[in-house]
Design a protein around this ligand. Sequence first.
Ligand SMILES: Cc1ncc(COP(=O)(O)O)c(C=O)c1O
Length: 375
Amino acid sequence: MKNYYFDNSATSSPKPEAVYKAVEIGLREYNANPGRAGHRKAVEAGRKIYEVREKIAKFFNVKNSLNIAFTANATESLNFAIKGGIPQNSHVITTNFEHNSVLRPLFYMQDEKNIKLTFVNTYDEIEKNITSETKAVVINHISNVNGTIQNIEEIGKICKKHNLLFILDASQSAGYSYIDMEKHNISILCLTGHKSLFGIQGIGAICLRDNVKIEPILEGGTGSFSKLSRQPKEMPELLEAGTINTPGVISLGAGIDFINEMGLDKIREHENRLTKRFIDGLKDIEKIKIYKSLTEEQGPVVSLNIDGVDSGDLAQILDEEFGIFVRPGFHCAPLAHKVIGTYETGTVRFSFGYFNTDEEIEFALSTLENIALQI
Ligand SMILES: Cc1ncc(COP(=O)(O)O)c(C=O)c1O
């Protein structure tokens, strides 16, 4: 049976050929501990890591590539940003579309550090909720439930005007949206490498603007300043305790090269075309309820339900009988389901990537139509 992979929000699959090769090269040729020794192999690994920092800096317009630290994933980056960057006793504005990798650190801060939280649905509600206590805005750029895109240009302007820390969760948008740390006034950009940036699982990054201060929540070896009793204050060592995932970093570099070669606009246009066709096709199918973006822009993520069919059951039928891979349930974003009215049922999520084709979308539509007709 042919497989149809529509779970790119969870992780992109397949990866570009160059990424598979880069991992092998990373393991074979750069298999030393960067920054931990002066021998040639370690120095070469360190140089490779430096090159990828530069690529990320160029891609997201991070002024100083040393302000980029490699992490395991967006979850780690977001924990660093939220627990290490938001002052206690302050007020924070966020959205109902956040992933648990934002919600849980924020609720920790609420319980343990006395921060107050305000939840909005869309970016246009942020400014009216700012108080004299507000210190930060934490935003999921693109919802992994229904593809709601928050306008980061507008949020950046608001944060600049009110001098607020702007923490952006770009897990679903990096590699799809145009993101510019300077132009969009982003204070802390949190990235995961394995989604639209096409790296492998286990690599992420956190990028800071020059003036942003953050306390480390992980401490350990950095290969430098070994006699210091506390974590070095310099970036990237400040946020890079422990051995870096060198093959992961190299895979991320290859992923970014791929995006640059294809062109970010071309990738986005392709995914937008598929998403539009999918939504248009679903409209004609009775019994299907679609959950789309709440803003004017739609990301390549669409949730749906078929009347009377449990989301888990539908995903299982799609997988076992048709080779269609999707994700059912709550997608680690519980509050989003309160907003879209699926808190009891969850949804079946289709998320598209650059390697999906028009034929695959047509197959998904005809399969869903047949299932809906038989219910
Ligand atoms: C919006 C959003 N934020 C954060 C994450 C966490 O990413 P990771 O599991 O790679 O840390 C995800 C993953 O699905 C996500 O969709």
